[in-house]
Design a protein around this ligand. Sequence first.
Ligand code: URQ
Ligand code: ZN
Ligand code: ZN
Length: 479
Amino acid sequence: MSIVIRGGTVVTAEHSFSADVYCENGKIVAVGENLEVPSSAEVIDATGQLIMPGGIDPHTHMQLPFMGTVASEDFYTGTAAGLAGGNTSIIDFVIPAPQQPLMEAYNQWREWSEKSAADYGFHVAVTWWDESVKKDMESLVKDHGINSFKHFMAYKNAIMADDEILINSFKQCMQLGAMATVHAENGELVFQLQKEILAQGITGPEGHPLSRPPIVEGEAANRAIQIAQVMNVPIYIVHVSCKESLEAITRARNEGQRVFGECLAGHLVIDDSVYRHPDFAFAAAHVMSPPFRSKEHQDALWKGLQSGNLQTTATDHCCFCAPQKAAGKENFTLIPNGTAGIEDRMAIMWDAGVNTGKLTMNEFVAVTSANAAKIFNIYPQKGSVTVGADADLVVWDPAGTRTISAKTHHQNIDFNIFEGRTVTGIPTHTLSRGNLVYKDGDLRAVKGAGKYVKRKPFSPVFKAMTKQAQINQPSAVKR
Ligand code: URQ
Ligand code: ZN
Ligand code: ZN
């Protein structure tokens, strides 16, 4: 199977240039002007269009068992919907129940994800601690291509990691050369505020954001960053939603600490008025954590992307349909947390970012693909248009338009948080490992075609440097 994409402008995180791209056997084989290729190659005419690395969504939860139900989107339907939106890889989450062996949970998620239509990897959550967890982390890094571990600082009495777990796990991440990542909300404060809000008789979705104010996120983000500083481990804050978290990240980065931040396409364009909508189903459909915030926080997040203090965008694609959300009809704390976005992230980021002048095309590629590949150590295999890289590409029509709707999207959910939004800038072709899987509205995703992407830990150099730093420490005064 070989394909040549002709007549377009290649746009990478670094630069933009006119070139053809020739793909064969799943890899990019040649990039250049007027390429000579075998006559058998399928030709895609990209005149007036852009050729970019396929999107990498570093934060999804396909078919997640959560809050007494299971997310409605599975690994096939979710990755297929992503391909329709120009997204060609995901990093999903293995989330062991407390006391569940990490390896057991990992094997379960590997089984679920075999049906993926696009490439996928995992962050593994550390939801409890003992020596067996430490051992499983080592095996996951050394034998299974995991290089990042997740810690939910929220969700008390479920999957919440307290400081003891954070400290033990961060130390092991450092030893293994793995990235520590956190969902930063103070779960104890959320729990307390939920009780107080319910006691006031507020049971509807409007209570959700009241129980998770920005300060609750900012405190946890700062605490996680400071613990990472002491444990000398890089840290990645997922779904940064407010300026308080961004300020903590910015301060640490200005001090030279290895801190990375992710924001969600939804948090950049949707505000907290959705929770005050009179229709329960509409408001509940937007219940996710951290919640959608006011416009001042959206503006801060855009500045975070522009300044480079936030590096990636994601979706936290975690789908629950109306009947599932209705579990919280009388009590907002029972509404399954999660919203969709994998099919729309690229177009939303283009329309709200590039078309408004907030992001250049190259910055768009950086925040939707290349930076995630670099941070999670799969660059340039993913996130680039270079010879030898996987042929995960999107042909982008900057003038094309689409009106987003649950009536037409491919996502397996009955709601779309971007409903009715007309975007300018859409994918016309998506290639997944060199296979044309989407063409002008025709989705040709293949169940099981996706491959598990192993990710190496940080280079030994990083650890050696740290070891050297320890050796250089002034020796303790001998008593
Ligand atoms: O917290 C997460 O990231 C998962 C459980 C998805 N749900 C959500 O509200 N963000
Ligand atoms: Zn989260
Ligand atoms: Zn999540």
